[in-house]
Design a protein around this ligand. Structure first.
Ligand code: ADP
Length: 396
């Protein structure tokens, strides 16, 4: 029976997978797992539908450490668990769709060429998204594959919000514009909002995707109007190790006066900045919240303050705000950050329910008081489910 959907989220050093079975309503997860430490010391781990660990192993030292081998290993592992069933479609997370792809697309040779043409826009990520597509074309030639984009959701932004104030030709000819990322997460949130709060779903909602990578988006009737990430996933909020919004003049200064080259600046901005750079010791919000160090407080204050500023900016572009949604690792789990943000947004009409905010739960929940002018929610995101839905819709 061909009723399974395989979702692949591949990066430079890891490949994550989720296997879903189709059902009358939404696809239901059967297994999820990952191969991490590629090219160094690959480790495979997997969990079943009930979150029980069903695999946890380091590959033998003589096993190849490549993406190719990792995918073969995963498929073999899955084959032994899905006897008699087969994969109907494979959905891939692809970071960049440029201006070419505004929705998921069935992979063909032309699409692969199209994705390769986008590599200059996301050189650190796009190649690792394309490689598994090609490998799986060989391993499972009869299974259709669908590319699902992190940028697609933001193609609805008015042109005004997609531009930088550079000469217009840079946007038109060179593709230097604000694309935005985390679109699969926003699309998932937009898809569940109608069942949680119809006013928020139909109205003006700001979604804060706060994880290791963080961004925010302003939605009008579930459609993106503006987002904090821009040309790359470096813009907007500070992140675990990425700086977020920065004055372009800083880059010139680093080059001209500190004589840093492009590689050094890339490392500084992507790997050494953000929460890690400000605190001096960790990119993980949990470590910072537990620490007494003043620098940890500086980092968490900077983070919350940035979320506040971007909420107000996005609300302004929406002409007001009906709801604020927190999601992803920090948004779903860190009551301190939510509290700091909501307290600073009191003037805007946010009235936090302190008790509800302190509750730990994996379920969507309201954390603002009943009479708060702006409704505030915590809604766990599910990008893999979004990809599985898109992949199925694409072959339907
Ligand atoms: P990614 O962007 O890699 O998908 P996640 O959305 O999983 O990241 O978020 C990971 C981050 O979430 C961690 O770095 C950590 O800072 C934060 N986080 C996870 N759990 C908690 C928690 N219980 N309290 C505070 N922060 C948390």
């Amino acid at each position: 029976m061909s009723d399974l959907v395989l979702v692949i989220n591949a990066g430079s050093s890891s490949i994550k997978f989720s296997l879903f079975e189709t059902s009358k309503t939404d696809p239901v997860v059967l297994f999820k797992g990952q191969m991490e430490g590629l090219y160094v010391e690959p480790k495979f781990s997997a969990k079943d539908a009930d979150d029980n660990k069903v695999a946890n192993e380091t590959l033998p030292a003589d096993a190849p450490k490549t993406h190719d081998y990792a995918l073969r290993f995963m498929l073999e592992w899955l084959q032994t668990r899905i006897a008699g069933r087969s994969i109907a479609v494979i959905g891939h997370r692809v970071v960049h769709g440029g201006t070419t792809y505004s929705k998921p697309v069935l992979v063909t040779e032309d699409v692969i060429k199209g994705l390769e043409a986008l590599i200059p826009l996301a050189p650190l990520h796009e190649p690792h998204n394309i490689t598994p597509i090609k490998i799986l074309q060989d391993l499972l030639p009869n299974v259709p594959q669908v590319a699902c984009f992190d940028t697609a959701f933001h193609t609805t932004q008015p042109e005004l919000n997609q531009l930088f104030a550079l000469p217009y030709e840079f946007a038109q000819k060179e593709g230097i514009r604000r694309y935005g990322f985390h679109g699969l997460s926003y699309e998932y949130i937009a898809s569940v909002l109608p069942s949680i709060d119809t006013k928020a779903a139909e109205g003006r909602t700001v979604v804060a995707h706060l994880g290791n990578g963080s961004s925010m988006a302003g939605l009008l009737g579930g459609v993106c109007q503006s987002t904090t990430m821009g040309f790359t996933a470096l813009d907007g909020l500070p992140m675990g190790t990425r700086c977020g919004r920065i004055d372009g003049g800083v880059i010139l200064h680093l080059m001209n006066h500190l004589k840093m080259d492009a590689k050094q600046i890339e490392t500084l901005l992507y790997k050494e900045s953000g929460l890690l750079g400000l605190s001096g010791f960790s990119s993980d919000m949990r470590d910072l919240q537990e620490s007494d160090s003043p620098r940890a407080k500086l980092a968490t204050d900077y983070f919350a303050n940035s979320v506040v500023r971007e909420t107000a900016a996005l609300a302004a572009t929406l002409g007001g705000i009906d709801a604020l949604v927190f999601t992803a690792g920090i948004g779903e789990n860190d009551a301190h950050t939510r509290q700091a943000v909501c307290h600073q947004l009191r003037w805007l009409g946010v009235d936090l329910d302190e008790t509800a905010n302190a509750v730990r739960s994996g379920e969507p929940r309201r954390i603002s008081l009943a009479d708060s002018k702006i409704a505030v929610y915590v809604i766990p995101t599910n990008e893999e489910l979004m990809i599985s839905r898109q992949a199925l819709a694409c072959i339907a």
